[in-house]
Design a protein around this ligand. Structure first.
Ligand code: C2E
Ligand code: MG
Ligand code: MG
Length: 591
């Protein structure tokens, strides 16, 4: 078949000659065809012919030739592979936009970029302008204006380079681009069945931070190896980046069983360059066609499932469920509203008194954040603080809380404490936190000794040395540090020795158990005794009944806080609370 002869039926955009040529020498093959070609083609063939010769001259690896209307003339196999084209070769005459739309290796912005550049190139004056280079992630393209014709797109030189563009250099697995191509191809199969497994390592950052990046890299290679050995030949495994891997299974069933095995396998200990590393894996699964038929949506839904697995405590897998979409939308709406709230200043602080036991005098107030949203009403911090932490908004919000709480406390008639909750996220930028505290104290004139910061145990899980330095710097300003919600998270008594805390606040779940005669009693007593001997104030949170208050007094607690004394109140109600007579718990036995 003569090369691109106008007499040849325009079946597909690929000419067999070019594919075969790829195996030997492309130039020689082209030359042979030229030599064999007998009578000169008629009707515009000469122009097309010369354009193709032009294209072949520049042919290195992948190649797409487009006519002056940016419709497909040819697209060789290598180009199709690199672009992630799924299914049979594209039809000749297919519009560029439609060709690119089915190129699974390209993202929307990349497709738009290629098309814009091709149009711009077509608009350039005749002649042979310089080829234009276009780098899209790890794919590099050369766009060539074909004199008197359309545009040729060349994809990188040499088979090895083309392969490299699809490979993750660290693990040798496929990369994100290879994954997109494989996913598009899998979805284009007649049954369109595929299971997409997204796997994210738990605590990988911790290994990286504590042992260094070379160890982190070696660990990723070990993980890749473990994953590789547990898959079948028909499965596709790639590293999407960082500590995220993806697996494609050609069938939708079986994904759960595999995910379960992988969670177990990945979380077994590793010996990496002499270090013992313990990590885990969280997995999200979405399946085609039941969860989605389109690559982008399938990926998003697997990602939602992964998010759910992490939210449920990590080290497990989750299948995509339709409710996850609704939840993601609700979360998105909350995020939008929360960002507006910061801009519009929709926050307020309420203050809840802390009283001494047994005297009953108010020794301070805890500032508690309230969000008054026009549509949602009063939103509880428990609902929005986790999200604010996740998206980093907690930093500006926390700074506002510090400023506002210090300013309000400075106006009180008595020099009592103001306690402010500080998120673990605020400790990731210690310098900024210290600056915020300094500014809040300076602008309000409140002495540092009247400010108490409540931190949770999660703060201590971060980089210990750095956190301790921040806590000591706060102490140096006279600021007191309280351990909040003690007994809930990862608390251990040994943490109390890592830093000279001024106060322990026993989580309210313990006092609620007191009346049910459970271990709560023992915990409150033990912590009160420990605090007394270490010189740390022990506060019991959530005291709602006289019996609970009496128990706090009897077990040696130093302070209490709870609805019995007062609910959190707006700032303007604080003076009345300060003026109110002391509420001493009635002397009564707890038995
Ligand atoms: P927290 O620091 O442990 O605050 C005590 C929570 O217990 C408050 O809930 C308070 O209203 C509630 N409470 C107090 N006494 C009682 C009681 O007798 N019974 C019951 N059932 N609950 C009681 P709130 O205000 O909803 O705050 C929830 C959590 O949100 C706080 O727990 C704190 O962790 C966080 N939070 C509040 N304000 C801020 C803030 O400004 N920054 C940060 N980072 N977190 C905040
Ligand atoms: Mg608190
Ligand atoms: Mg608390």
């Amino acid at each position: 078949m003569p090369l691109a002869s106008p007499h040849a039926p325009p079946r597909t955009g690929e000419t067999a000659a070019i594919t075969r040529a790829g195996a030997q020498s492309k130039h020689k093959a082209a030359a042979n065809h030229k030599a064999k070609r007998s009578p000169a083609p008629v009707t515009g063939g000469a122009r097309e012919e010369s354009a193709l010769r032009d294209a072949i001259r520049g042919l290195e690896e992948g190649m797409v030739v487009l006519d002056p209307d940016l419709r497909l003339v040819l697209c060789n196999q290598s180009a199709r592979r690199q672009l992630g084209w799924a299914g049979a070769p594209p039809r000749r005459g297919l519009a560029l936009a439609r060709l690119l739309a089915r190129a699974g290796a390209l993202e929307a912005a990349e497709r738009a970029m290629i098309e814009t550049r091709c149009r711009a190139l077509l608009a350039t004056a005749a002649g042979a302008p310089q080829p234009e280079k276009l780098t899209l992630g790890d794919l590099s393209l050369r766009l060539h204006r074909l004199a008197g014709f359309g545009v040729a797109i060349f994809l990188p030189t040499g088979a090895s380079e083309g392969e490299a563009a699809l490979r993750d250099p660290l693990t040798g697995l496929g990369n994100r681009r290879a994954f997109q191509a494989a996913l598009t191809a899998a979805l284009a199969r007649p049954d369109g069945e595929v299971a997409l497994i997204l796997l994210d390592l738990d605590r990988f950052k911790h290994v990286n931070d504590s042992f260094g990046h070379p160890v982190g890299d070696a660990l990723l290679r070990l993980v890749a190896e473990r994953l590789r050995t547990s898959l079948r030949a028909a499965d596709t495994l790639v590293r999407l980046g960082g500590d995220e891997f993806a697996i494609l299974l050609p069938r939708a069933d079986g994904a759960e069983a595999l995910a379960e095995r992988l969670v177990d396998l990945v979380s077994r200990p590793y010996l990496v360059e002499g270090h013992l590393a313990n990590i885990g894996a969280s997995i999200g699964i979405a399946r085609a066609p039941m969860d989605a038929r389109e690559a982008g949506l399938l990926l998003r839904r697997a990602d939602l499932a992964l998010y759910a697995a992490k939210a449920a405590g990590r080290q497990q897998f989750a299948l995509f469920q339709p409710e996850m979409d609704a939840r993601a939308q609700a979360r998105q709406a909350l995020e939008t509203d929360l960002r507006r709230a910061v801009a519009l200043g929709q926050f307020q602080l309420h203050y809840q008194p802390l009283v001494a036991v047994p005297a009953g005098n108010i020794i301070g107030f805890e500032a508690l954040l309230r969000w008054q949203n026009p549509a949602r009403g009063m939103v509880s911090p428990a609902e929005f603080i986790p999200l604010a932490e996740e998206i980093g908004l907690i930093v500006p919000i926390g700074e506002w809380v510090l400023r506002q709480a210090c300013r309000t406390a400075a106006s009180w008639s008595e020099a009592v404490l103001v306690a402010v909750n500080v998120s673990a996220v605020q400790f990731t930028d210690g310098a900024r936190l210290l600056r915020a505290v300094d500014e809040a104290l300076a602008s309000s004139g409140l002495p540092g000794a009247r400010l108490e910061l409540e931190i949770t145990e999660s703060v201590l899980l971060r980089d210990a040395a750095e956190t301790l330095a921040i806590l000591h710097a706060l102490h140096a300003r006279g600021v007191r540090i309280a351990m909040d919600d003690f007994g809930t998270g990862y608390s251990s008594l040994s943490q109390l020795r890592s830093f000279p805390f001024d106060k322990i606040k026993i989580d309210r779940s313990f006092i609620h158990e007191v009346e049910a005669q459970t271990d709560g009693q023992a915990v409150v007593r033990a912590v009160a005794a420990l605090g007394t001997s270490l010189g740390i104030t022990v506060t019991v949170e959530g005291v709602e009944t006289e019996a609970q208050a009496a128990f706090v007094a009897a077990s040696g607690g130093h302070e209490m806080q709870g609805y019995l004394i007062s609910r959190p109140v707006p700032a303007d109600a604080v003076p009345a609370l300060l003026a109110r007579p002391h509420t001493t718990p009635k002397r009564q036995t707890t038995g």
